[in-house]
Design a binder for this molecule. Structure first.
Ligand code: NAD
Length: 493
């Protein structure tokens, strides 16, 4: 089943369980905007080559759209669409003020030189720069892209719009990246795994783990599991697979991969067929590579009791059904890997504040963020007999759907716009005086053209998050009503 069909099926199941209005269901399935651009670059040998780049902006009911940019030969519009939709649900489950987006270029990054990758990224940015932005759509790295890619996007974007570090996350630290971002997705995967296992009376140190993918997410998850005493007994990546029933020394494997660029010929374990990895005997299986790797054909062979979906949509709905019937607990992607987007949100907040957090603060905020402590999708907490995956989708849809419903109702009342997403957070938050033909920004804390910071002090402490949210709403308002009388100066914070 292709990625879009699988994601849409999960969504429809959740919509049915919630009894969602069919108009709203349809509206939430259709992306806000789909962008497809041609990117032609000169190669190093002077010949020309063309690639197709995509950006799908799925939904902005809860805030600016957010999602990675992937460079991979299999990138196609359906997959990008599915991944953008997943980002909407993921940011809703994580309860961060973002919507969902995703992008990609159909290319093999390993076959391009660094300067070719730079030219490609800059051309792609030139084509989409008007449609992304700090309060519109904020790209991040994904498979095949990294901090350097984000640095090129930031530099190219800034040529058009002025210095704008918050337009991308996952940047190099020197350009405004966040400490802790590189490890964040893997770290979030491990926090989420710990929380799930605790519900089952188990702990990482007592269990065996198999990990598919040893890139950013897989290697950090493996390292942190190893450091907590868990036994990682098999690992694979595109170059091969390695196993050791006594547990692989992950630090040694990382050093070997750094030195040779491959998992092959590692002397701390035996090599194995990568195709046998998913069916390897273990307690916990963590797919950290591609989507759709667990399907009808191989689901029955899985021996693990827990599957942690660190990759995006690694389990298709048919495999889900087979595995759930066999009593395997699946921690869904939109919950399990949301640590990455959560710390991306922290990075964006730091950029807007013009302030840098210590790494410990980032990790502690991640640990105590909603996605770990409050919104864990468990059957027991919902009191309904749903799989964790269904519950997660229901939580997401409940959060995002309710916001969208508020917006649709507001729009119906004001009849001011034909677009469902063109007047979101402002009206919803009562910051809009709609009676006037020149609507005024209506927030008691905005006085004489600046924020009254005294009104943001809570329990003797400045609530900077509240300032940022208020300012984001005001800017949104100004975007929508450029003639508004309040457009006299920018925020003085
Ligand atoms: N990086 C993030 O912050 C983040 C956040 C959320 C979700 N994800 C998802 O996690 C997954 C991995 O992302 P990443 O950032 O670690 O990417 P990455 O490019 O750093 O690593 C991908 C890994 O998968 C391996 N791989 C590719 N094809 C494979 C195959 N056929 N068999 C075995 N291994 C294979 C690669 O060799 C590499 O080790 C993706 O699905 C991505 O969408 C990433």
């Amino acid at each position: 089943m292709n990625a879009l069909a699988a994601t849409s099926r999960n969504f429809r199941n959740a919509a049915r369980i919630l009894g969602l209005d069919s108009k709203l269901e349809r509206s939430l399935l259709i992306p806000f905007r789909e962008i497809k651009v041609e990117c032609t670059i000169p190669k190093d040998d002077g010949s020309l080559v063309s690639y197709v780049g995509f950006r799908v902006q799925h939904d902005n009911a809860r805030g600016p759209m957010k999602g990675g940019i992937r460079y991979h030969p299999e990138v196609d519009p359906d997959e990008v669409n599915a991944l953008a939709q997943l980002m909407t649900w993921k940011t809703a489950v994580a309860d961060i003020p973002y919507g969902g987006a995703k992008g990609g270029i159909g290319c093999s990054p390993k076959e391009l030189s660094n300067s070719e990758l730079e030219r490609l990224t800059r051309v792609f940015t030139q084509k989409i720069h008007d449609l992304i932005g700090i309060h519109t759509d904020i790209p991040a790295p994904d498979m095949g892209t990294n901090a350097q890619t984000m640095a090129w996007i930031l530099d190219e974007y800034s040529k058009f719009h002025g210095h704008s570090p918050a337009v991308v996350t996952g940047k190099p630290i020197d350009l405004g990246g966040s400490l802790g971002r590189e490890a964040a997705t893997g770290r979030g995967v491990v926090y989420a795994t710990e929380a799930l296992l605790a519900e089952h009376g188990q702990a990482i140190r007592d269990l065996t783990f198999v990990i598919q993918g040893f890139g950013n997410v897989g290697s950090w998850a493996a390292r942190l599991i190893h450091e907590r005493g868990g036994k990682v007994i098999a690992v694979s990546d595109i170059t091969g697979a390695v196993k050791n029933a006594d547990g692989i020394d992950i630090h040694k494997l990382l050093a070997h991969k750094d030195k040779t660029g491959s998992l092959k010929d590692f002397d701390g374990g035996d090599s194995m067929e990568p195709s046998e990895l998913l069916a390897h005997e273990c307690d916990v299986l963590i797919p950290c590579a591609l989507g759709g790797v667990l399907k009808r054909e191989n689901a029955a062979d899985v021996k693990a009791k827990f599957i942690i979906e660190a990759a995006n949509h690694p389990t298709d709905p048919e495999a889900d059904e087979i595995l759930s019937k066999r009593g395997v607990t699946i921690l869904p992607d939109i919950y399990a890997n949301s640590g990455g987007v959560t710390v991306s949100y922290f990075e964006w907040v730091q950029n807007i504040q013009g302030f840098m957090w210590e790494e410990d603060k980032v990790n502690n905020e991640l640990r105590s963020s909603n996605h770990v402590t409050k919104k864990q999708p468990s059957q027991t907490r919902t009191g309904r007999s749903l799989g964790t995956k269904q519950v997660s989708n229901v939580v997401a849809l409940n959060v995002d759907g309710q916001k969208s419903l508020d917006i649709v109702e507001q729009q119906d009342k004001s009849s001011k716009s034909s677009s469902r997403t063109s007047k979101p957070n402002v009206a919803e938050n009562d910051n809009l005086d709609t009676q006037s033909s020149h609507p005024k920004f209506n927030d008691a804390r905005w006085k004489n053209g600046t924020w009254d910071l005294n009104m943001f002090v809570k329990d003797g402490k400045m609530d900077w998050d509240a300032v940022i949210v208020a300012e984001a709403r005001r800017r949104k308002f100004l975007e929508m009503y450029p003639d508004s009388a309040t457009n006299e100066r920018t925020c003085g914070v």
